[in-house]
Ligand binder design. Structure first.
Ligand SMILES: Cc1ncc(COP(=O)(O)O)c(C=O)c1O
Length: 485
């Protein structure tokens, strides 16, 4: 592109689309799997989308035809919905969203509708937060591995930087105070202003949840440093398995009833309905900040990415329907758990382990033992084979800034169970193929070893012959045979 024709931001790399995370999507787009039309196509396992409960929502919509303006029963509302546009949102919508957010947080948090700022998905929410909290060049610490598109959402247009805080598999990728402190000091030394810490709970890509102690510690640490804590809780309602309970950082703040431990002005939450309800297409994002000025500025900014009134009109009665949301949450959790169990046990059958998890729409698969070399190159090589030969789009750990090669994120909820079985079948055949190749290599090596041994044996008498019968052998004065005579 001709330099200077467009802005520096428009032409820089901040969109992050050159990452292998998006390359995999391109591979899928050019050859998408279809059970009948393209059975050998690429299966999309790089998309954290929840397609397991749409039937329940369709059922609800059929039972509530007035919620939609596209039905005989609801069309009379068309004019009101078409002309209303206000960045505060429909009061019925913000109230229903607050009610739903409280429910997902186990009723242990009070969510105030007047603090809800709408945005175009969590993508927009992250940008609003970064814009309000930091200036271009300022930085946020972020534990690895992390969602690759944060580079776009949080940084591209705001000019804010992310400083990775590397977490390791040896403690299941948990963040430690020491690692945070070390990166904070490094940034200070290089005169980078650290404005906050950005965490994702439950984690994408790990599928793990932070416990209350960790959240307390992070809130304490950021308060000590007088920096912000931003928590992406987009997977708050995507939690499954026995005893799995999500704890919001908001709960930790609100339990400090004396209001002396933590400064609420430093806490901000981003979330959306994209994952829990499986509706990323609706672009319902939320900034929930405890800082009044962030709420004020965020609301002004939200004009750039409001949720359409038609969407608000449909979702307000759905989210306000307590019986429905209870049923949906229970069923969603159950279906996710079933899917996760089937998928991870299918992997375990062929010896593939995943990090133990109970949230999210993916698992963090450990393929370290399949790497040809323990390096990013080794990981990329294996990833290319998985895309080109196994025909699965999974995402390599390096695209999540993981420093240990060999981890891959695999999504399991964006497909029907037949497609998941097909994916498992491909993985099984791939692992067997690798096993056979390994076995063949081993046998060849043994054969080679035996051959060499045999050759050595054959060469022994030859040397003896040479020693005895060549003129040099017979005549050599140093020959033991000569000496013997
Ligand atoms: C951690 C995280 N934050 C934000 C987003 C963006 O979500 P949305 O579709 O609501 O913009 C995603 C999407 O995958 C995500 O995983």
């Amino acid at each position: 592109m001709e330099m200077g024709l467009l802005s520096r931001i428009a032409t820089n790399d901040g969109h992050g689309e050159n990452s292998s995370y998006f390359d995999g999507w391109k591979a899928y787009d050019s050859d998408p799997y279809h059970p009948v039309d393209n059975p050998n196509g690429v299966i999309q396992m790089g998309l954290a989308e929840n397609q397991l409960c749409h039937d329940l929502m369709v059922e609800w919509i059929k039972e509530h035809p007035t919620a939609s303006i596209c039905t005989k029963e609801g069309a009379s509302q068309f004019k009101d919905v078409a002309i209303f546009q206000d960045y505060h949102g429909l009061p019925s919508f913000t109230k229903a969203v607050a009610q739903y957010m409280e429910k997902v947080r186990g009723g242990r948090v009070k969510v105030k509708p007047e603090r809800i700022v709408m945005s175009g998905g969590a993508t927009g929410a992250q940008e609003i937060i970064a814009f309000c909290l930091a200036d271009p060049g300022d930085a946020f610490l972020i534990p690895t591995p992390f969602y690759p598109a944060f580079a776009r959402d949080f940084c591209w247009r705001t000019g804010v930087k992310l400083i990775p805080v590397h977490c390791k598999s040896s403690n299941n990728f948990r963040i430690t105070r020491e690692a945070l402190e070390a990166e904070y000091k490094k940034a200070e030394k290089s005169n980078t202003r650290v404005k906050g810490l950005l965490i994702t709970n439950p984690s994408n890509p790990l599928g793990t949840m932070m416990d209350k102690n960790t959240l307390e510690e992070l809130l304490q640490w950021t308060n000590e440093k007088k920096i912000h804590l931003v928590c992406d809780e987009i997977f708050a309602g995507t939690v499954f398995g026995q005893g799995a309970e999500f704890t919001s950082v908001a709960q930790v703040l609100e339990e400090d009833t004396s209001k002396t431990k933590y400064d609420p002005n430093l806490l901000h939450i981003a979330c959306s309905l994209s994952k829990d309800l499986g509706m990323p297409g609706f672009r319902v994002g939320i900034v929930y900040s405890y800082n009044d000025n962030v709420v004020k500025c965020g609301r002004r900014m939200s004009s750039f990415g409001l949720v359409s009134t038609q969407t608000q009109h449909l979702l307000a009665p759905m989210l306000a329907d307590n019986n429905f949301t209870s049923k949906l949450m229970i069923e969603n959790s159950k279906r996710l758990h079933d899917r996760h169990e089937k998928f991870t046990s299918g992997l375990a059958d062929v010896g593939i382990k995943c990090l133990s998890s109970n949230a999210g729409l993916f698992c963090w698969m450990d393929l370290r033992r399949l790497l040809e070399s323990i390096s990013v190159e080794g990981e990329n090589k294996l990833w290319r084979i998985i895309i080109d030969e196994v025909k699965l789009n999974v995402s390599p750990g390096s695209s999540f800034h993981c420093t240990e090669p060999g981890w891959f994120r695999v999504c399991f909820a964006n497909m029907d169970s037949e497609t998941m079985e097909e994916a498992l079948g491909r993985i099984r055949r791939f692992v067997f193929r690798l096993g056979e190749e390994e076995e063949k290599k081993k046998k060849e090596k043994e054969k080679e070893k035996k051959k060499k041994k045999f050759e050595r044996m054959l060469s022994l008498p030859k040397r003896f012959d040479e020693m005895v019968f060549t003129p040099r052998g017979i005549l050599s004065p140093r020959s033991p045979l000569v000496k013997a005579t």
